[in-house]
Design a protein around this ligand. Structure first.
Ligand SMILES: NC(=O)c1ccc[n+]([C@@H]2O[C@H](COP(=O)([O-])OP(=O)(O)OC[C@H]3O[C@@H](n4cnc5c(N)ncnc54)[C@H](OP(=O)(O)O)[C@@H]3O)[C@@H](O)[C@H]2O)c1
Length: 316
């Protein structure tokens, strides 16, 4: 089968032996697989998949959508041919992948392959962060830092769907109107966005340099959730101000969670989020699609920045 392969710290097309599903796994004919921040880091030799996941560390990809070919689950939830999507610990950017059956979600009717392939990682991450961890609810104020990318555009839409007032911090001016169309009450340059606090929930997708302004603009009892650190990992946290605000700082990753934790999150998203996707209230903005054979160009587009939403590989 054809795959995206990491060789000498570069990404390109490659081939692998065909796969067989192990106990509890389904074999998926991958139709589309999204790119994520972890992928270029893995190509550079860091952030490998967790060893216990049993996926190769030289085939990247953390999300996919496709059709079930066969299942070795004791009680399969999906028949062969069913349209499914999932987060995986790695190796999604390939013609075929094996997935823990419990992590599969159905692809809503009408959702195209590119959108389905770009949905799981960013919507599960955004939902887990702002709903699961920060308990965002109707009428609260949400700030999304780094709102133009995959996780950011998912968080903006989820915040809007929940009835929150959403401020989006978007560094690239050309993407601000698009983020407002997705439901942000205002999409602004980073320094302007902080002026619109105080925020009950701040989703931090950029990293450490934002910490001082995050704490300053946090509401009393507010929560900062740190999910992305591309701009830096070491930052200043004003503990007195954080105490005065009775603030909470949380941080998390999805990739190293257990299969059971990932499956539980998939079930929550299936029941709470997929109905909104099915009726068109949530969507996956696709910035660009590339065939699997042009994986290097897809990575270049992703790391070049400036994209609105997702960059997706087509694997069919
Ligand atoms: N913890 C987890 O489990 C988890 C899961 C998924 C993703 N992540 C991380 O979360 C982050 C966001 O993911 P994503 O998929 O949304 O990535 P993405 O599509 O690349 O989007 C990142 C966004 O952040 C903006 N940005 C980057 N550096 C910035 C800076 N210094 N100042 C202002 N804006 C900046 C980018 O703007 P430009 O377009 O202008 O560059 C882009 O809009 C990544 O770091 C990713 O690795 C973590």
């Amino acid at each position: 089968m054809r795959v995206a392969e990491i060789k000498d710290k570069a990404i390109g097309p490659g081939t692998r032996e065909d796969l067989q599903p192990g106990f509890g796994q389904a074999l998926i004919r991958v139709r589309a697989a999204g790119l994520n921040g972890a992928d270029p880091i893995q190509v550079a030799g860091f952030y490998p998949p967790p060893p216990e996941a049993g996926v190769p560390d030289d085939v990247p990809g953390m999300e996919l959508a496709g059709e079930v070919v066969s299942s070795a689950a004791p009680v399969p939830r999906f028949e062969p041919g069913a349209r499914v999507m999932a987060i995986v610990a790695g190796a999604a950017q390939a013609e075929y992948a094996v997935v823990d059956e419990r992590q599969l979600m159905p692809v809503p009717d009408g959702l195209d392959w590119a959108s389905a392939g770009g949905f799981p990682e960013v919507f599960l991450t955004a939902y887990d962060a702002i709903v699961g961890q920060a308990k965002l609810h109707t009428g609260q104020r949400l700030l999304v830092n780094g709102a133009g990318g995959g996780v950011g555009t998912a968080a903006v839409q989820l915040g809007h769907a929940l009835g929150a007032d959403v401020t989006a911090s978007v560094r690239n001016e050309k993407n601000r109107a698009g983020v407002e169309e997705l439901g942000a009450n205002r999409a602004l340059a980073p320094d302007e966005a902080f002026e619109h606090g105080p925020f009950d929930v701040i989703l931090e997708l950029v990293g450490a340099p934002n910490l001082p302004d995050d704490v300053k603009s946090l509401a009393t009892w507010g929560t900062i959730v740190i999910i992305g650190v591309s701009a830096g990992v070491d930052g200043a946290l004003d503990l007195r101000r954080l105490m005065t605000k009775r603030g909470t700082v949380r941080a998390s990753t999805l990739r190293y969670r257990t299969p059971e934790e990932k499956a539980m999150l998939a079930r929550e998203v299936e029941t709470s989020v997929l109905p909104l996707v099915a009726d068109g209230r949530l969507r996956v903005p696709i910035d660009a699609e590339f065939p699997l054979g042009e994986v290097a160009a897809a990575y270049e587009r992703f790391t070049g920045g400036g994209h609105l939403g997702k960059i997706v590989l087509r694997c069919d």
